[in-house]
Write a protein that binds this ligand. Structure first.
Ligand SMILES: [Ca+2]
Length: 398
């Protein structure tokens, strides 16, 4: 390793002698007294076949390295040591080796600091490194600021994830009006999510009063309201239409999701233009999926309006129970001649050939009562009804 320093000294002396430069960049010029046999050796070697240092080589390799990397430069000739041969240096100063050459007083070489600092262990440093006192603070401060920003960003993300988890949990556990707190929730409009990502919200009226509350209104025709046209195509009946604040249909797909997640009961409220009311309650209600045309299943009738959906178990050509849903562009009724919805323009329903009831018919005021409106034959035959409500709730006696 000592050879490397000899090489450094030789190189720097040669450069200094040829261009009048000082080894320490001028700062310690007065204290430096070049005395090195390598100066002569190098000159001699230039006339031999051995390796030759040209001035440009020295400047672009050794000197630059020394000045840039803070090499320690010998200030005096080491006693009792022979100058190393130029060939042994291999013309290149190995950085790693040179770095290991820091203070080596045991080899009899003394060093002068380029920028002396009160270092107790006599370790020499480059000027650039010494700037590190202030730079280190700046660097550490920047690192601290960067880490703080990242930490705050992570905290924000964690908060967001927690909120998302709560939302998903709510969507998993609050599916309809029966999941609301019965003792504190009032009747009104609520929005539920029919999936876990919030892309299928449905706004409906919750009846929190009738027979203990918890009812999800899935269909409603308000008195004297023609706000919403119910003569709709299949897709509309599938996804739902209208407005919870007026008349609406909650959608067959939602009905399918609700009634296949738990066992539901169905309650139907009716009123006529004479001011009378009636209801029909089905203990069991569900519809099949779209592949089965949202086929209707009801059973366990009780009430005052009569069983216009199940015909009290006596199935005939007008019984809705067991029928697929039909709209004017999807004919799933049992009539080979017509599409009941399209022919009579009476909206979508679980038509057979056609039906004993239809709560999605066109809204009509008092008139002939020909059954081409909102009707429930088991209660008012073909008379038009003033209002209707269909609402569901998980069965309390499953
Ligand atoms: Ca048909």
């Amino acid at each position: 390793m000592a050879n490397i320093f000899w090489l450094l000294l030789a190189v720097t002396l040669g450069l200094d002698g040829s261009k009048g430069r000082t080894l320490d960049g001028g700062r310690k010029a007065s204290s430096f007294k070049p005395q090195h046999p390598m100066e002569a050796t190098v000159k001699d070697d230039q006339n031999t076949a051995g390796p030759v240092f040209g001035l440009n080589d020295i400047q672009t390799h050794d000197i630059d390295k020394d000045e840039g990397n803070g090499r320690i430069i010998p200030t005096a000739e080491p006693p009792n040591s022979d100058p190393p041969a130029v060939e042994e240096s291999n013309n290149v100063v190995d950085e790693d080796s040179a770095e290991e050459e820091q203070p080596v007083g045991d080899e009899g070489v003394s060093y002068e600091r380029l920028d002396p600092e009160p270092e107790g262990n006599n370790v020499a440093f480059d000027v650039d490194v010494f700037q590190g006192d202030s730079d280190l603070v700046v660097i550490m401060r920047r690192m601290y600021e960067s880490l703080t920003k990242r930490l705050n960003s992570l905290k924000s993300r964690v908060t967001s994830v927690e909120q998302t988890a709560r939302d998903i949990l709510a969507r998993l556990t609050v599916m309809d009006c029966s999941d609301l707190k019965q003792d504190t929730s009032r009747s009104g409009i609520y929005t539920f999510h029919m999936d876990h990502n919030g892309k299928r919200p449905v706004s409906v009226v919750c009846d929190m009063e009738t027979d203990g509350g918890g009812w999800t209104v899935v269909q409603r025709r308000l008195p004297h309201s023609k706000a919403v046209d119910f003569d709709r195509e299949w897709h509309d009946y599938k996804v739902g239409f209208g407005h919870a604040s007026t008349d609406y249909w909650a959608g067959l797909e939602n009905l399918y999701i609700w009634t296949n997640s738990r066992q539901y009961e169905l309650r139907i409220h009716l009123s006529d233009f004479a001011g009378d009311t009636a209801y029909a309650l089905y203990d069991r209600f569900y519809v099949e999926g779209e592949d089965e045309g949202y086929r209707l299943h009801v059973s366990g009738y009780s009430g005052t309006a009569g069983d216009s959906l199940g015909n009290e178990g006596k199935s005939d050509n007008f019984t809705a129970n067991g029928m697929m849903f039909t709209a004017h562009d999807e004919d799933h009724d049992t009539s080979h001649e017509i599409n009941c919805a399209k022919y009579w323009k009476i909206g979508g329903w679980w038509f057979n050939r056609c039906s004993w009831a239809n709560l999605n018919g066109p809204y009509k005021e008092q008139g002939e009562g020909d059954g081409i409106g909102i009707n429930w034959h088991m209660w008012r035959n073909k008379e038009y009804l003033r209002s209707s409500t269909m609402m569901i709730r998980p069965s309390r006696n499953p």
